[in-house]
Structure formats: structure tokens, C-alpha cells
Write a protein that binds this ligand. Structure first.
Ligand code: AR6
Length: 231
């Protein structure tokens, strides 16, 4: 795959975007090896208090739906601890559905340190964002904005001002970001999931009919966004 230099122009300034390292995509048997990986956290199941059982059904259902559209790229669901309930639910349900474990798997680690600490190179990572696309707040959003440095906030603002629940925005990382130089991440995809936490905006007050629809849309937007940069 060509990785021609890409420069974005902002207010007369040139921002060099993070480039995917060139890798030989053909192995010795002549068959194609695996390509880019999207690492994503479980959207909405921590601060947004979405039910784990329902979320795990949706994750597995959406992964299954996208399996054939991924080409040689792969998906990995990440969480911080071995005891993660969402990881074990998803692992069990994916196995039940015979989802190819080479194309979709789970991984324990900090999504901002997957390569440096886990040896797993993921060129795209997803963020469980807030509607204002602001740094901070806690959870994976704070971790990603902190690790990426100020360049992510600037690059995010160039793509979108806000998100509606169920949508996603793909943000190319500047090459100066430590997430690019240290981890090899080229893009962050911000996703806004449904919120069941009464202390956060757009609370659905336990309406899981709406909530599940929004979470399904969120994963569809995320996986479509990933495919748009991976292919
Ligand atoms: N690496 C991997 N997974 C993580 C990390 C990390 N560094 N940090 C958290 N997780 P959450 P939400 C997991 O609460 O429920 C924010 O403040 C975590 O264990 O980050 O969608 C935003 O600003 C869980 O499995 O996202 C929003 O306002 C998953 O990531 C709001 O929280 C998502 O947890 C979004 O809430």
C-alpha cells in the first residue's frame, strides 16, 4: 500500500501527518498477511453506565457483520484489567459464534501503550469520547488526549466541533504526537456512545430500546471509519 506523504494545511501552517510504516504485506507463501489493526475500548460501559450484557451482544453482532468487509485488517477490543467483565463476555460470545480469533480478539492493556508495553501495533485506536470532543473527563478519553499531546485537540477541531450519540469522527494524528512516534498510531476515531449516567449529558434514563440502537450505530460508524482509512 502506498503511503504517500500527506500534508494538511491549516492557517498557512503545514501539519505533517503520522504515516503508517511500510510493511511487506506478502509472506513467503505468497499469501497476504494481516494488515492494519483497529484497537477499540468498550463504548459506554464505564462512565456512561451501559449494561455489559447488552453491550457485549452488540459488540459481537457488529464485529460479525463487519468481518467480511475488513479485508486483511483486524479488530481488537481492549480493556485495562484481566478481570474486565466486558472482555470476558465478548470473548465467550465471539467463540460461540465462531468468529475468527485471528481477525477479532481481546487484549488487556492501556490503549495508549499497546505497542510500547504490549508489543501490539495498532495503527488506529478508538476513543469513547464526549459530545464536545474535549480532553479530560476521565476514562479512556482523558488517557488518549493526555498521551496524544495537544496536537490531537487541534487535529480533532479541524474535523468536527461536536458529535451526536451514535456517531464517530476519524482524526489523522500529527507526526509529532507521541502516540504516533512511540506507538505507531496514525488515526484516532472518536466515538460517542449512548449515555445511561444521569450526571452526564443526553442521559437516556434507562431506555435500552433507544440505547441499543445508538450503540449499534456507534459501532457501525466506528468500523466504517476504520475501513475508510485502512483500505
Ligand atoms: N485503555 C484501555 N481501556 C480503557 C482505558 C485505557 N487507558 N481507560 C478506560 N478504559 P469510559 P464511556 C476502558 O468510561 O463509558 C469520559 O469521561 C474502560 O474500562 O472511558 O463511553 C468521556 O469524556 C471501559 O471498558 O467511556 C465521556 O464523557 C471503556 O474503556 C465518558 O467518559 C470505556 O470507558 C464516556 O463514557
Amino acid at each position: 500500500k502506498e503511503t504517500a506523504s500527506s500534508l494538511s494545511h491549516t492557517a498557512g501552517e503545514e501539519v505533517k501527518r503520522c504515516q503508517e510504516p511500510r510493511v511487506d504485506s506478502v509472506n513467503l507463501n505468497g499469501s497476504s498477511s494481516y494488515g492494519p489493526i483497529l484497537a477499540f475500548p468498550s463504548i459506554s460501559t464505564a462512565d456512561f453506565q451501559f449494561n455489559n450484557e447488552k453491550a457485549s451482544d452488540i459488540i459481537v453482532e457488529k464485529v460479525e457483520e463487519f468481518m467480511d468487509k475488513l479485508g486483511n485488517s483486524r479488530l481488537v477490543l481492549v480493556d485495562l484489567t484481566r478481570g474486565s467483565k466486558i472482555l470476558s463476555l465478548v470473548r465467550a460470545k465471539a467463540a460461540q459464534k465462531n468468529i475468527n480469533p485471528k481477525k477479532f480478539f481481546t487484549f488487556v492493556g492501556d490503549i495508549t501503550r499497546l505497542y510500547s508495553e504490549g508489543g501490539l501495533r495498532c495503527t488506529v485506536i478508538a476513543n469513547a469520547a464526549n459530545w464536545r470532543l474535549k480532553p479530560g473527563g476521565g476514562g479512556v478519553n482523558a488517557a488518549i488526549f493526555n498521551a496524544a499531546g495537544p496536537g490531537l485537540e487541534v487535529a480533532t477541531k479541524e474535523q468536527a466541533k461536536s458529535l451526536v450519540p451514535g456517531s464517530a469522527v476519524v482524526v489523522p494524528l500529527p507526526s509529532t504526537s507521541p502516540l504516533c512516534s512511540r506507538e505507531g498510531v496514525t488515526h484516532v476515531i472518536h466515538v460517542l456512545g449512548p449515555n445511561m449516567n444521569p450526571h452526564r449529558p443526553n442521559c437516556l434514563d434507562g431506555d435500552y430500546v433507544k440505547g441499543c440502537q445508538i450503540l449499534q450505530k456507534a459501532y457501525t460508524s466506528l468500523f466504517e471509519g476504520f475501513i475508510s482509512v485502512a483500505m
